[in-house]
Design a binder for this molecule. Structure first.
Ligand code: SF4
Ligand code: SF4
Ligand SMILES: [Zn+2]
Length: 263
């Protein structure tokens, strides 16, 4: 199997997996979405809420705020903690949110007791408070995974497609395929159509349908995948994919060990 990086930003990564199965590419995608642990606000106690939003709506919005932790590995998941899940500094991070209108309450107003923990983005609006309206909340964040609840989903937009292969035969230079391609994959070059940025091709086949000469051969490369992963902001995209791959490795080893016990 071969891994080639196509692009990398803080919260998104795109790479080419060659010599892999669709099951493995899908395994990476699924692990990014549901198996990589992150912090999210878990429970809240509302002491005052005179805003226009119901308590439940405030709770929902707080739960969806991505949270970053400098030492995420130093925190346990509640079920793995020595406290047995009752709650202690080893498995939860407390926060306070206190605001009075007029003004907008933003994610940056969530103050965690651990200085190494904070919302991933400062300006996520929680609620607009009118004159004299108040919001006073205490609560805590815990570390869990996306399969527990979507608020712990570390990978948000995760997908893959087969690498396309485009071969163009005896082209008459009509240019119709270039006009119809929505992703600017095809260009005219010396009177012939030519495929350029092939990674952008969505395999929509519009060019094939448009070519009256029938000379475009479009096929998916069955063992190569363009994988795109975008994170919520809680962990960098590079770390997200590395953690997902590590999770798959651990499971494969577990399976190996169990099969060895049976044989
Ligand atoms: S399959 Fe679609 S995206 Fe790909 S080259 Fe043809 S028209 Fe463009
Ligand atoms: S539609 Fe077919 S014949 Fe026309 S430019 Fe494209 S490949 Fe060539
Ligand atoms: Zn604990």
């Amino acid at each position: 199997m071969k891994f080639e990086l196509i692009s990398l930003e803080e919260d998104r990564i795109r790479f080419l997996l060659s010599g892999a199965t669709a099951a493995f590419a899908n395994g990476i995608r699924r692990a990014c979405m549901s198996e990589v642990p992150i912090l999210a606000i878990d429970e809240i106690s509302l002491y005052d809420n005179t805003s226009v939003l119901f308590d439940e709506q405030i709770g929902l919005r707080l739960g969806e705020v991505p949270v970053v932790a400098e030492d995420l590995d130093g925190l346990c998941r509640p079920e793995d903690c020595q406290c047995g899940g009752a709650g202690c500094p080893g498995c939860r991070v407390d926060f306070m949110l206190s605001s009075e209108g007029p003004g907008t309450v933003f994610s940056q107003d969530i103050q965690f007791t651990d200085p190494g923990v904070k919302p991933a983005f400062d300006k996520i609006p929680i609620v607009v408070l009118g004159e004299g309206e108040k919001l006073v909340i205490e609560g805590f964040a815990t570390k869990r995974v996306g399969k527990d609840h979507s608020k712990w989903q570390s990978g948000t937009l995760c997908g893959y497609k087969n690498l396309p292969s485009i071969e163009i035969g005896a082209c008459d230079g009509c240019g119709k395929c270039v006009e119809v391609c929505p992703r600017n994959v095809l260009v005219m070059d010396e009177g012939r159509a030519k495929a350029t940025n092939i990674l952008e091709c969505s395999l929509c086949k519009l060019c094939v349908d448009e070519c009256e000469a029938g000379v475009i051969k479009l096929t998916p490369v069955l063992d190569s995948f363009v994988v795109s992963i975008e994170g919520s902001g809680s962990v960098p995209a590079k770390q997200l994919v590395a953690s997902a791959a590590e999770e798959i490795r651990k499971r494969a080893e577990d399976l190996d060990a169990k099969l060895a016990e049976l044989s």
